[in-house]
Design a protein around this ligand. Structure first.
Ligand SMILES: C[S@@+](CC[C@H](N)C(=O)[O-])C[C@H]1O[C@@H](n2cnc3c(N)ncnc32)[C@H](O)[C@@H]1O
Length: 306
């Protein structure tokens, strides 16, 4: 049995402790010329200095526990083992490419940027594990998302089959080649029935909890591109709106190549709690699921081998 690491956080304070803290705060004398805000900041920093070793120890134990659990699962669950460990030696050519359009950097907050970077990691892992060759190009990679990779995920430079470029869509698309591009968006009525060779499918690289409605649809129309929607409604019912996160969209497309069936692809990729059984769609929940919820690709930061 794995040993649980000790938690750093204590139990909620007792009534006596709350009273003691209140009195201490009342009697607190701030250093001259210092605001309470500055004083609190210094105290917080001091507390961190005092507890950081303990915190790091707990985090190390937690990570070890996660590793042990993963090792146990790999030992006991063959399907999981295959999905995590088995990379196909050769991939079947498709002539289909994907772009993750990251021109929306300015529309995300820092948490969303981090989330987007994780989705790119997840997509990379999906790409490497797919039996089909479905390369990805990350466009407009030139702002905070790039900074995030440079500071925390530098090994991305060794990743294969994925291209990171500062080039934006406008620079890639010409009058001659624009028929080969399809912008995927939930905001069109054109259901995508299949993924066609010699085509590049563009997925919006944005985490926005759908704050920016029709963002990608409007962009595609401005660029004169065709739009395509995953035919979710024809196969399954979701508890939420049909707007999926970027990595799920890419993974569903990869699974479509394996099954040549959208229904199977949706069921394989989308978490069961998002899929309404018996047509029950009464409950409306957050439209975008959290990053890293992919059933098979549990990606930890900095942990993807090229
Ligand atoms: C989180 S969504 C972004 C939502 C954003 N408000 C927009 O206007 O597209 C990320 C991307 O996944 C793709 N996507 C999400 N749901 C989709 C669906 N049902 N069909 C096709 N593409 C979808 C789109 O390319 C979208 O830009």
């Amino acid at each position: 049995m794995n040993q649980q690491p000790q938690k750093v956080k204590n139990n909620p304070p007792s009534a006596e402790e709350i009273e003691r803290r209140r009195k201490a705060k009342q009697n607190e004398v701030l250093p001259e010329g210092m605001s309470r805000r500055e004083w609190k900041k210094i105290q917080k920093q001091q507390k961190w200095e005092e507890t950081k070793d303990q915190y790091r120890e707990v985090m190390r134990a937690k990570k070890k526990l996660q590793r042990d659990r993963k090792r146990d699962r790999i030992k006991n669950d063959d399907e999981y083992k295959n999905s995590i460990l088995k990379k196909p030696k050769t991939q079947i050519a498709t002539d289909v490419k994907f772009i993750i359009d990251c021109e929306f950097d300015d529309l995300m907050n820092i948490k969303e940027i981090t989330s987007m970077s994780r989705q790119i990691q997840t997509s990379y892992s999906i790409m490497r594990h797919s039996p089909y060759k479905l390369p990805i190009q990350i466009t407009s990679f030139n702002k905070r998302l790039q900074e995030r990779f440079e500071t925390s995920l530098q090994e991305y430079k060794n990743w294969q089959g994925i291209e990171f470029t500062s080039t934006n869509l406008e620079e890639l698309i010409t009058e001659e080649n624009k028929d080969q591009f399809v912008y995927l968006t939930a905001d069109t009525d054109d259901d995508l029935m299949e993924l066609t060779s010699d085509h590049t499918y563009i997925i919006g690289g944005i985490v926005d909890k759908n704050r920016h409605k029709r963002l990608c649809y409007d962009k595609a129309k401005k660029l004169g591109l065709k739009c395509g929607r995953l035919p979710i409604g024809k196969y399954i019912k979701l508890y939420s709106r049909d707007v999926l996160v970027t990595s799920h969209v890419y993974e569903i497309c990869c699974k479509w190549f394996e099954f040549k069936d959208w229904g199977d692809a949706f069921n394989k990729v989308l978490p069961p709690r998002k899929v309404a059984s018996n047509g029950d769609v009464s409950e409306s929940k957050e439209s975008e699921s959290k990053v890293g919820e992919s059933k098979e690709h549990e990606i930890k930061e900095n942990k993807i081998a090229p």
